[in-house]
Design a protein around this ligand. Structure first.
Ligand code: PLP
Length: 422
C-alpha cells in the first residue's frame, strides 16, 4: 500500500477542505464523502462569493450597453475569457468560445466543421472509450453527410491501440475526436501523438477535455490540437458554462452554429453577415454570471497550482487502486499505464450476492458516500468490457486517503449482504 503521508506532503488537504462549504455536511448522520467529481465538482467559497458579488453589485448585460454597469460587466466577461485562454495555453483570447459545456461545444464543432468540410465518403475517427457527447454528434453528422465513422479500438487495460489508429487514418479522414481523459476508465490518452498523426494525414483534431481541464496542466499549443473542449461545472465553477478552444485560423473558416443576436456584422431583411470569432459562435445573451464564476474558479486553481493538483490526485489514484485491488471480488475496469484519478470497478466474484452498481451506490449512500453507478454515458465502453455498468470513484484534490479507506470498508461490509438498497 502506498504511504498516505506522501499526499500530505503535496497539499494541506484539511486546509483546502475548509474552502468548500458543502464538504462539511453530514449525510445520514455520517460525514459526506464526495467521490463523484467526474460528474461534477463542488465550488470553493471564493467562487460562490464572486458570483454573489457580481449578481448583487456588478451584474449587467455584455457587449451591448454603453452605460457603466454594462461596460464593467463586459470587461469582466472578457477578462474571464483571457483567464481561460492563459489557463489552457491558447495563443489568443479570441480562440476561446464560450458554450454551456462540452456537449454543446462538440455539437458546435460537429455542426460547423461538418457543414464546411465533411462530404459523402469522408471519414471521422473517434475511439471506443468516448462519452456519448463525443459519439452521438459525430454519428448524426455522418448520417446527414453520408460520411463514415471509424473507431479506434481499446486494449483490455483501457489503452487506445495506436497501431490500429494509424491504420484508420487516410486522406479521407476529416477529423479525429478523442478525449484527453476517459470518464469511464480514467485513461489518459496520448493526445499529442494522436494529433501529430492526424495532422500528418491532413485531418483536424478535437480533444474532449471535460475530464482533464481541472486535473492536469493543459497546453493546447503544445498538443497542437485544433479544438479542445471544457466544462466549468467539472472545474469547480458554476454549471451552464464551458467552451471550446479553437485555432483562430480554423475558427475563421467555419460558419456559425446557433444564429441570432450578437453574432452578426450586419443584417438586412434579405441576409446577414457574420462577426469574427469568437462572437460568431456566441449568439444571444451568454451565461454572464457563470463566466465570471469560471474566471474565479481558474484563479482558485492557479493559486493551488495545477502541477500540485495532479501530483496530489495521482497519490490518491495509486492509494485507491492498491486498496481496491485487495478487496475480494472487486475488478478494476481500466488499468492503463497513464490514468487520471478515476477508479471504475465491478463486483463480479462468484458470490451469489454480486452487486449491480446501482445497488452498490445505494449501499454506499447509507454510509454518506457519493459514488456514481451506471454506464457513465459511455455505453460502447461498457459493451467493450462486457459489463452493463460500473461503480466509479472519481477523486478531486479535496479528497483524502481516509475517504478511500471508508469506501473500501463500506464495500467490504456490503459485499456479503448483497448491497441491499434501502
Ligand atoms: N465528455 C466527457 C469525457 C465527459 O466526462 C462529459 C461529462 O461527464 C462530457 C463530455 C459532457 O460534459 P457536459 O455534460 O459538461 O456537457
Amino acid at each position: 500500500m502506498s504511504d498516505p503521508s506522501v499526499a500530505d506532503k503535496i497539499l494541506d488537504v484539511e486546509k483546502i477542505r475548509k474552502d468548500f462549504p458543502i464538504l462539511s455536511q453530514t449525510v445520514r448522520g455520517k460525514p459526506l464523502i464526495y467521490l463523484d467529481n467526474a460528474a461534477t465538482t463542488h465550488k470553493p467559497a471564493s467562487v460562490i462569493e464572486r458570483v454573489r458579488k457580481f449578481d448583487a453589485e456588478e451584474y449587467g448585460t455584455v457587449r451591448r450597453g454603453a452605460y457603466k454597469l454594462s461596460e464593467n460587466a463586459t470587461q469582466l466577461y472578457e477578462e474571464a475569457r483571457q483567464k481561460v485562454a492563459d489557463f489552457m495555453g491558447a495563443e489568443k483570447k479570441g480562440e476561446i468560445v464560450f458554450t454551456s459545456g462540452t456537449t454543446q461545444a462538440i455539437n458546435l464543432v460537429a455542426h460547423s466543421f461538418g457543414k464546411r468540410f465533411v462530404r459523402e465518403g469522408d471519414e471521422i475517427i473517434i475511439s471506443n472509450i468516448e462519452h456519448h457527447a463525443n459519439t452521438v454528434p459525430w454519428q448524426v453528422l455522418c448520417e446527414e453527410r453520408g460520411a463514415k465513422l471509424k473507431v479506434i479500438p481499446v486494449s483490455d487495460d483501457g489503452e487506445l491501440v495506436m497501431e490500429e489508429y494509424e491504420k484508420l487514418l487516410s486522406s479521407k479522414t476529416r477529423i479525429v475526436a478523442v478525449n484527453h481523459v476517459s470518464n469511464a476508465l480514467g485513461t489518459i490518452n496520448p493526445v499529442k501523438e494522436i494529433t501529430a498523426k492526424a495532422h500528418a494525414a491532413g485531418a483536424k483534431v478535437l480533444i474532449d477535455g471535460a475530464q482533464s481541464s481541472a486535473h492536469m496542466k493543459v497546453d493546447v499549443q503544445d498538443i497542437d490540437c485544433d479544438f479542445y473542449t471544457f466544462s466549468g461545472h467539472k472545474m469547480y465553477a458554476p454549471s451552464g458554462i464551458g467552451g471550446v478552444y479553437g485555432k483562430m485560423e480554423v475558427w475563421e473558416e467555419l460558419p456559425p452554429y446557433v444564429t441570432g443576436g450578437d453574432m452578426i456584422l450586419e443584417v438586412t431583411l434579405e441576409k446577414a453577415t457574420y462577426a469574427k470569432p469568437p462572437a460568431r459562435f456566441e449568439a444571444g445573451t451568454p451565461p454572464i454570471t457563470q463566466v465570471i464564476g469560471l474566471g474565479a474558479a481558474i484563479d482558485y486553481l492557479n493559486e493551488i497550482g495545477m502541477d500540485k493538483i495532479s501530483d496530489y490526485e495521482n497519490t490518491l489514484l495509486e492509494y485507491g487502486t492498491q486498496l481496491f485491488k485487495g478487496i475480494e471480488g472487486v475488478r478494476i475496469i481500466g488499468n492503463a499505464r497513464h490514468k487520471a484519478s478515476i477508479i471504475s470497478f465491478s463486483i463480479n466474484g462468484e458470490h451469489p450476492s454480486d452487486g449491480h452498481p446501482h445497488d452498490v451506490v445505494s449501499w454506499l449512500d447509507r454510509d454518506g458516500i457519493a459514488c456514481r453507478g451506471g454506464h457513465h454515458c459511455a455505453q460502447p465502453t461498457m459493451i467493450r468490457y462486457g459489463v452493463p455498468a460500473t461503480t466509479r470513484a472519481s477523486m478531486a484534490f479535496y479528497n483524502k486517503t481516509e475517504e478511500l479507506d471508508a469506501l473500501a470498508e463500506s464495500i467490504r461490509n456490503g459485499f456479503p449482504c448483497g448491497f441491499v438498497a434501502l
